[in-house]
Design a protein around this ligand. Structure first.
Ligand code: 3PY
Ligand code: MG
Length: 262
């Protein structure tokens, strides 16, 4: 089976750059996948993306070395299993607030006897290779999003879930949950992020985080996160075009400026 290079780079202790796709365009995803990013995450929670868009995006990503990941809308098992069958090498699941949700997530991602993933690897077999079913449980990553006070209250039990690969922090929802606004870098949000990072790292878990942009991603790298996402595709496109406009017509246009990496 094709190896998951995120796991290889994790073993080598290298920082990885993840991209975040919200635009339903295989061409846009192909361009991003060929920039040297380590992974392309298709955002099916907040992105403008349906299942057939996802398949086309994955086909485009397959022309590069970037690993295909999906941020699913929830831990609901039929969606998790379907995107795995489409060839996802990692699942990022939002709002894993309790150990029960985490166990449900792990179960949906793993074949029996470990979990309850249903057999039918369709495109996973084509992309992964003929021995897919023998190695899928070792190569596919399961990342639980920690993004609420409740998930922090349950952190130890969530992180101790057998089979969990690691965590991915959603700082914007975390800020809301702690009484701040998306994009906040308040002391309580920063303290919470460092606490989650430290608890995950001391268990040897993989750590990822969504970032508000380049500077924020550089800071997270310095803090020791394994994988950083410097915002999404729409945010990057918007800021590039705002920069063109501001520097050519000498007007600053803040009408649609991004928030929290979006
Ligand atoms: C968050 O910051 O809450 C996220 O889910 C990142 O998209
Ligand atoms: Mg979130």
């Amino acid at each position: 089976m094709r190896r998951n290079r995120l796991l290889e780079r994790f073993s080598a202790k290298e920082t990885m750059v993840n991209s975040w796709i919200s635009i339903p365009s295989s061409y846009c995803a192909e361009v991003i996948a060929h920039t040297g990013v380590d992974s392309v995450t298709v955002d099916m929670q907040h992105g403008m993306i349906g299942f057939s868009d996802l398949v086309h995006i994955f086909q485009a990503v397959s022309t590069s070395d970037a690993m295909p990941l999906v941020r699913v809308p929830s831990c609901e098992s039929s969606t998790v299993m379907k995107v795995l069958d489409a060839g996802a090498y990692g699942i990022i699941c939002p709002s894993v607030d309790t150990p029960e949700i985490c166990r449900e997530l792990v179960s949906a991602c793993r074949y029996p006897p470990i979990g309850t993933r249903s057999f039918g690897p369709t495109r996973g077999l084509t992309y992964g290779g003929a021995d897919y079913i023998h190695h899928a449980d070792d190569e596919i990553m399961i990342l639980a999003m920690i993004e609420s006070q409740q998930s922090i209250d349950n952190l130890n039990e969530i992180l101790d879930t057998p089979g969990l690969t690691g965590i991915y922090i959603g700082p914007n929802d975390l800020a809301y949950s702690l009484g701040d606004k998306p994009g906040s870098d308040s002391e309580r949000v920063e303290q919470a992020i460092l606490h989650i990072l430290q608890q995950a790292k001391c268990r040897g878990l993989f750590t990822g985080i969504f970032c508000s942009g380049l500077e924020n991603a550089q800071k997270r790298k310095r803090q020791g996160f394994d994988l950083v996402t410097p915002g999404n595709d729409a945010g990057a496109l918007r800021s590039a075009y705002q920069n063109f406009v501001a520097n050519i017509s000498n007007t600053s246009n803040n009408k649609s400026s991004g928030v929290g990496g979006y």
